[in-house]
Design a protein around this ligand. Structure first.
Ligand code: ADP
Length: 836
């Protein structure tokens, strides 16, 4: 009900916003002729003029129409492309903190030039965010001539660049990079020991291309910087060899039991795995038998509890993660296949021991588990920007999440030309075999009339099945799955050629345009140019005549959005085109969500081998099933965000303090203040009004001071507690300062300042990274609290707050103790300072 109201509101709101912004578009059109009259120099001078206006207090909204008219005019001169009205509309939406849903081929790259130019005028930087390095490079190169024509600088920030190159890229007016790169740079900037080693400026305005992919699909995997940790690889191997083969599957949740005496149950829908009572007992016995522990009680000690997680992650590796679907094995390495995009994610590792477990399962070298040094979710990174916006062809189904998590409204921009693609209702077959036969038949029909066809699969395995069948039939085709990562852009751009057959996992090659007749490659020889264009026109017409690009989906994805992306590959800019999904009752989505009763009904319809069923009602059921999974995935992301938000607040406090330390010119004052706090808190810990005179207390206190701070103090004779405290404080404070002063004399004022600054930051970092690990452990185990009738999230908030404050307190102790006790003479050299 709530969603329905929200939906209604969404569509009404969309109309309202379009109406309002269309007025601005009309105004921009009305001043176009004024801008046409300007010469190039005058047009460029507009940039200086706008900057001056802004400097004098004018706001961006007011200069938007003129600025957009300037960019349009410049684009006409530089690219020979005039921004369509719908692109101007999209540009306004992007400037106004919203997500612009624009179909594939509507020209989002050109649209982004408008808000990028406008927002860059305030000199605070604009970040354009792309899904991969290839797209960052391509778009920066494409738009650079336009921005430079208007007097703005463009920067490109790639993962393999040096610090200097990165800093240069960030200092440009408009910077292009991937979401990963921006996020990692942010984290690394908060790990440096000197202000000058930072690369980013403030986070002002970001335009995220393919925003759903970045803020939704990738939002479940946080960015992590880690260092290697020595650890328990041996256990993964040994458990995999001796224990896992002995554990028996009891069955799948809500399905018939396979073995009553089984040890674990699998929930396919949610990719979960639970141990049964028998399973627990068996594991205890096996761990003792194979000498992991000597008695069962030891299993629950802190140092052994990880054996359980090790067993659970190994079981998950064996029963829930599949080779060539979830990962591939290449050169004896496990490489993740991104479940949404089908791309291989080189360098990424699953956490919580899952990656090690899969390495053990596949019998390849097990890499050390890593120590977490810093991490952030994309949600929280992008929320750091003062202003955010995004564009994509598929945002509508996720408008709720964009609104509630990121405070971004979604606005659907009409297409430039009417969309005439034919989306046919799904065809459902009884078995996978019949489905694949039908798909091959459909491909053959396209090949016969030389219509280009794009087959979208949900896994590498499916791509390979189809490819094999086509090979047997001798049909030339390209396979675009995660294994051909480098070439994918090139292949997909040619998928609209006459008679081309392309098989692609999911949305591989997203962001690349499929042009009917093939990509117009530039000819070096200019004389050939017109002849080439004529040839291309002919090819383009041919493809249009045979029906444009035909898209075949081999299975419904969990998310409607991903299916829409596949469809959106066809029918760009008013082209003809068509799309068709082929399903079977054996597909995983159907298996999970279609009830047995319904399956029985289908089977008894009396359809023969090879025949299909199609009905809008079936599409409704599928949509409902997808909706359910989308909701589940949303909940998972929300949960991650809820937990990350708590940690995010702490991260902001630490990073703020760290920055303050980095910038501070007077580190001695800061340390003095900390010294104050530490001494006061020690005194309060040892003495109160009633016991301050007790000999035993004073003795303990002396011992403590000597051991932790290397300080000896004289006895204090007084009968007044306040005076006692004051004198004691003074005594310790002077002692401590003398110690530090002595060190200053040895190595010089400049050096001691640098050393103090270095260590205060280093010790803070060490405490913070240990805290991260503790928080992560807490998060993983907090659900156990629900057995004690406690709300896990509330418990997490309480506990993490306590952990955080005590971490800060111990940090102060540790710092002072370290500074006083350490012999600094060996630190005279510069070598120990950290370099990024
Ligand atoms: P999208 O990212 O929305 O799928 P692109 O930005 O890749 O689309 O643009 C698709 C194609 O349309 C590109 O070849 C681009 O040069 C062309 N294009 C975009 N805008 C215009 C325009 N206003 N006039 C002519 N061609 C345009």
């Amino acid at each position: 009900m709530f969603k329905e109201i929200l939906n209604n509101f969404f569509y009404n709101n969309n109309d309202y916003i379009l109406k309002k912004f269309n007025k601005i578009v009309s105004y921009i059109n009305s001043i176009e002729s004024d801008f046409e009259k300007l010469n190039n120099k005058q047009l460029r001078e507009k940039t200086v003029y706008f900057k001056k206006l802004l400097h004098n207090g004018e706001n961006l909204d007011h200069i938007l129409p003129e600025a957009y008219a300037t960019v349009r005019e410049a684009s006409k001169r530089v690219f020979g492309m005039r921004h369509f009205d719908v692109q101007i509309l999209g540009g306004i939406v992007l400037h106004k903190n919203c997500i612009a849903e624009m179909q594939t081929g509507e020209g989002k790259t050109l649209t982004s030039t408008l808000p990028a130019y406008l927002n860059a005028l305030s000199n605070k930087g604009v970040h354009i965010v792309t899904m991969n390095d290839y797209l960052a490079k391509r778009d920066a190169k494409k738009n650079k001539p336009l921005f430079e024509f208007l007097g703005l600088k463009v920067g490109l920030n790639l993962s393999n660049m040096s610090i200097e190159e990165k800093r240069k890229a960030y200092s440009a007016d408009i910077t292009y990079a991937t979401n990963n790169e921006y996020g990692f740079d942010y984290l690394k900037d908060n790990m440096v020991f000197s202000k000058k080693d930072k690369v980013q400026r403030s986070l002002n305005y970001a335009i995220i291309d393919e925003v759903d992919s970045i803020l939704i699909d990738e939002a479940r995997t946080p960015l992590i910087i880690s260092g290697s940790l020595n650890n328990n690889n041996f256990f993964y191997k040994k458990i995999n060899k001796f224990i896992i083969p002995k554990l028996i599957l009891q069955g799948y949740e809500n399905e018939k039991v396979i073995n009553f005496f089984g040890d674990f149950i699998i929930n396919k829908k949610y990719k979960q795995l639970y141990l049964t009572e028998l399973g627990f007992k068996k594991i205890e016995r096996l761990l003792i038998k194979y000498n992991f522990i000597s008695n069962k009680y030891l299993l629950y000690s802190n140092s052994n509890i990880f054996l359980f997680s090790c067993i659970l992650s190994l079981l998950r590796a064996h029963y829930l993660y599949f080779k060539n679907v979830d990962y591939i094995v290449k050169k004896k390495k496990i490489i993740i296949v991104d479940e949404h995009t089908g791309r291989i994610a080189i360098g990424r590792r699953w956490s919580d021991g899952l990656h090690q477990s899969i390495e053990a399962k596949e019998n390849v070298d097990i890499k050390n588990e890593n120590k977490l040094l810093a991490s952030i979710t994309f949600q929280n990174y992008f929320l750091l920007y003062k202003k955010l916006c995004g564009m994509t062809g598929t945002a509508e189904t996720e408008f709720y999440e964009f609104l509630f998590v990121y405070n971004l409204n979604t606005v659907i921009i009409p297409t430039n030309l009417p969309m005439i693609r034919k989306d046919m209702p799904d065809l459902v077959y009884l078995t996978k075999k019949e489905k694949f036969n039908a798909i091959i038949f459909a491909i053959l029909s396209c090949v016969k009339i030389k219509q280009p066809v794009l087959v979208g699969t949900i896994s590498i395995e499916q791509s390979e099945i189809i490819s094999k069948k086509l090979k047997i039939l001798g049909i030339k085709h390209n396979v675009l799955n995660a294994k051909f990562h480098d070439k994918e852009a090139d292949i997909i751009s040619q998928a609209g050629k006459i008679g081309a057959v392309t098989i692609a996992t999911n949305i591989a090659g997203r962001g690349i345009d499929i042009i009917l007749g093939g990509c117009k490659k530039k000819k070096k020889n200019k004389n050939n140019c017109s002849c080439f264009i004529k040839k291309w026109d002919k090819k383009n017409k041919f493809v249009l005549n045979v029906g444009g690009l035909h898209v075949i989906g081999t299975e419904r994805h969990e998310s409607r959005r991903i299916d829409n992306q596949l469809r959106g590959r066809s029918g760009r800019q008013g082209d003809v085109g068509s799309s068709q999904f082929y399903l079977s009752l054996e597909d995983s989505l159907m298996k999970i969500f279609i009830s047995n009763k319904m399956k029985f009904f289908f089977r008894n319809l009396g359809i023969n081998f090879g025949e299909f069923i199609t009905h809008p009602w079936i599409n409704k059921i599928i949509e409902k099933a997808q909706n359910k999974i989308e909701q589940k995935n949303f909940d998972l992301r929300k949960q991650l965000l809820d937990y990350d938000n708590i940690y995010n607040k702490q991260r902001i406090v630490i990073y703020k303090y760290r920055n303050f330390l980095l910038k501070s010119k007077n580190i001695n004052d800061i340390i003095n203040k900390i010294l104050h706090d530490v001494i006061n808190s020690i005194i309060n810990k040892f003495f109160n009004k009633y016991i301050y005179k007790k000999k035993k207390n004073i003795l303990n206190f002396k011992k403590y001071l000597k051991k932790n701070f290397n300080i000896v103090f004289l006895n204090i004779q007084t009968y007044n507690f306040k005076i006692f405290k004051k004198k004691l404080f003074k005594n310790i404070f002077i002692n401590a300062n003398l110690n530090l002063f002595y060190k200053e004399k040895i190595i010089g004022l400049k050096n001691i300042k640098r050393i103090k600054k270095f260590f205060i930051i280093k010790i803070l970092d060490d405490f913070w990274t240990d805290h991260l690990i503790n928080m992560e452990n807490l998060r993983q185990n907090i659900n156990l609290r629900s057995y004690a009738q406690k709300d896990p999230k509330q418990e997490y908030i309480k506990e993490s707050f306590y952990m955080f404050t005590s971490m800060l307190k111990t940090f102060k102790y540790e710092l002072i103790s370290f500074l006083i006790k350490t012999d600094v003479s060996f630190l005279k050299s510069d070598n120990f300072f950290y370099n990024r």
